[in-house]
Design a protein around this ligand. Structure first.
Ligand SMILES: Nc1ncnc2c1ncn2[C@@H]1O[C@H](COP(=O)(O)OP(=O)(O)OP(=O)(O)O)[C@@H](O)[C@H]1O
Ligand SMILES: [Mg+2]
Length: 622
């Protein structure tokens, strides 16, 4: 049985010979990246026009030639080879005449997708493997180039470039753009050292800046890898007017809120087991008495230590017999609870040496970078972090304006043993307050013990899985897909397979071996049970500043075809007291960048997404 390609080639050779050459050229263009759909449209329109214009002349020429050939052949006056010359001449004229139809017909033919064999290709075939490797290398190269361009583009709001997958709700063309509000949800970034987690966080910081989202970054590595500098540069690249503050270079004020809020924050400093709940109650009572006493609010650690002195507490509450009784029972009983709390707080205040008695707090800057010297003085750093995270929690829930977007990022989550509980609480509760949390760690185990891991995985709205030697637990979250699998049986005397059996099986969407070998900067994005391989865009603050400067000098800038909406209006102006402005990354504030927007899914429309994408899951989501 002749193949469809052979029959089509013969028909094209006879009907419009030029179409064969056009077919070959258009097929080469498809190989080089031309879109079949575009080719089909560009071919079909001139094809119809060509048929209308030259169709009648083609019909007349064909019938005349037919009559001449049949007439000559019938007389026998001319030998068969004598016909070749006129026939060749006629063929040339015919090719020219039919060219207006042949060229578009060839384009349309090249646009027809190849029929897929029902049999899966045997994976051991070297040709198959080579073709797959070549295709992968081409896709990677293209994605890397695109990511380089996007990283330097001041108008880009993309997180990454897609290398293929099913997270259609994040994809705009070949770019991966977090849907609106996604930075207000929970993210987990997991990957081996050097896999690209920090670079991804810079990009998220840049995206937060674009949204005018308040940002707090906890650098639990102690500033060894220059995270603060990279993050500030990325944030300012998006928002050159943002106010940035660094801790501990600048001290933080953790004494804001009512006395009860400060008590809750301070009590977080110590680990309390179920058995020590009595001591927890005692500490809370003592702190409440010290912080809630009549008079001005407590503004520093040293003052709190002074207030916790039993004699001072008694003086402050001498008008209140009930409180006085409580203080005496706590200071004169056999347990001397007040003395215990006094010592603990004194120790803490000495360790922090005023770092938390500053004038500024979270609301006084658009971006705070908190560098925790975790590896140097781990216990003190741990205490500071517990208080800071607890205070940040109070800021997101009670002090920031309703709806003001915020984002907390923790690089090296495993290093913040103390603040882990607060961070997990924030991650679980932040959604309602539009406060997102991004936690980065080197492995799933680094996310905490089994219970903490389970809580994090349950609350995470998306996971970026970078190269890691143990991807099993996270890769499983992307679920499975059904795939055809072939089994070939061989006759010992015949190298060709005799029988092929096809079965469909559930296959993991994320191949764990592929995750173990991922190049730096690539990750699997896991969202609602589906996955997409992506190349993270590395933000290039200098190039962005330069581009912005040039754009301003050469205004008006040429419009870009991709932008179809303006950024959401910058959120409420930064609150709180005035703070010194950080150095601007460009000459003038940039005009609001134009960004790509997700279009709502077309009901019943193909929209380029396969039915197994997550697009339908997206419906009804905020
Ligand atoms: N998306 C990317 N594009 C280009 N280069 C990248 C990308 N991601 C990472 N790199 C390169 O890899 C280097 C290491 O990346 P990064 O610091 O982000 O890794 P990490 O996972 O944070 O490592 P660690 O766990 O040690 O902190 C970067 O300095 C950068 O040069
Ligand atoms: Mg890092």
């Amino acid at each position: 049985m002749p193949s469809g390609y052979l029959l089509a080639s013969l028909a094209m050779l006879v009907l419009a010979p030029v179409s064969l050459a056009a077919w070959v050229l258009a097929a080469a263009a498809v190989q080089l990246g031309a879109r079949r759909r575009v080719l089909a449209v560009c071919g079909a329109v001139p094809l119809v026009l060509g048929v209308v214009v030259v169709g009648p002349r083609m019909g007349a020429a064909a019938s005349l030639a037919g009559a001449q050939v049949l007439g000559a052949a019938g007389t026998g006056a001319v030998p068969a080879w004598g016909l070749l010359g006129p026939l060749a001449g006629w063929f040339g004229r015919w090719a020219l005449l039919t060219a207006p139809v042949g060229v578009p017909a060839g384009m349309v033919a090249a646009a027809v997708p190849p029929s897929r064999s029902a049999l899966p290709a045997p994976e051991w075939e070297a040709r198959e493997r080579r073709a797959a490797d070549r295709a992968e290398a081409r896709t990677r190269k293209r994605a890397t180039k695109r990511a380089d361009r996007e990283g330097a583009d001041p108008r880009s709001n993309a997180l990454a470039v897609s290398l293929g997958g099913m997270v259609a709700s994040w994809r705009i063309g070949e770019l991966v753009v977090p849907p609106p509000g996604q930075l207000g949800l929970a993210w987990l970034l997991v990957g081996a050292p050097g896999a690209g987690k920090t670079t991804a966080q810079y990009r998220l910081g840049y995206l937060a800046g674009l949204e005018r989202r308040h940002l707090v970054v906890i650098d639990a590595k102690g500033g060894h890898d220059g995270l603060a500098r990279g993050m500030v540069a990325a944030y300012l690249a998006a928002w050159s007017e943002a106010r940035v503050r660094l801790f501990p270079t600048e001290r933080l004020d953790i004494w804001r809120g009512d006395p009860q809020a400060v008590v809750n924050r301070l009590v977080e400093v110590w680990d309390w087991t179920a058995e020590s709940s009595y001591w927890r109650e005692s500490a809370m009572t003592a702190l409440r008495l010290a912080l809630g006493q009549p008079g001005p609010p407590c503004r520093s650690g040293a003052e709190l230590v002074r207030r916790l002195d039993p004699a001072a507490l008694e003086r402050a509450w001498e008008h209140d017999p009930a409180a006085l009784g409580l203080i005496r029972r706590m200071s004169q009983g056999k347990n001397n609870e007040l003395g215990g709390v006094h010592i603990r707080v004194g120790n803490l205040v000495a360790a922090l040496s005023g770092a938390l008695d500053g004038e500024a707090s979270w609301e006084d800057a658009d971006c705070w970078i908190v560098t925790v010297p975790a590896m140097v003085a781990s216990r003190d750093a741990d205490s500071a972090l517990r208080v800071l995270l607890s205070d940040y929690g109070h800021f997101t829930m009670a002090r920031k304006q309703a709806g003001q977007p915020s984002l907390l990022m923790v690089d090296e989550f495993s290093a913040i043993a103390g603040g882990r509980r607060s961070a997990i609480d924030l991650l679980e509760r932040g959604r309602g307050a539009n406060a997102g949390v991004v936690l980065a760690g080197q492995s799933a185990v680094a996310l905490g013990n089994e219970e903490e891991r389970a809580r994090l995985l349950a609350a995470a709205s998306c996971i970026l899985l970078f190269r890691t030697p143990q991807p099993a637990e996270l890769a499983a979250l992307a679920g499975t897909t059904r795939e055809a699998e072939g089994a070939w049986s061989f006759d010992p005397s015949d190298p060709e397979p005799g029988r092929v059996t096809i079965t469909t099986r559930a296959k993991a969407r994320i191949d764990q071996d592929a995750v173990r070998q991922l190049p730096t900067g690539e990750a699997d994005l896991i969202v609602r049970g589906v996955a997409e391989r992506i190349r993270i865009i590395q933000t290039k603050p200098e190039a962005i500043a330069k581009a912005r400067g040039l754009t301003e000098l050469c205004a008006p800038a040429p419009a870009r075809p991709v932008g179809d909406r303006e950024l959401p209006a910058p959120s409420s102006p930064p609150q709180g007291q005035a703070a010194p402005r950080s150095p601007s990354a460009s000459l003038d504030p940039a005009p609001p960048p134009r960004v790509r927007r997700h279009r709502p899914p077309v009901p019943g429309g193909a929209a380029g997404a396969s039915p197994t994408t997550d697009r339908h899951n997206q419906e009804g989501q905020p």
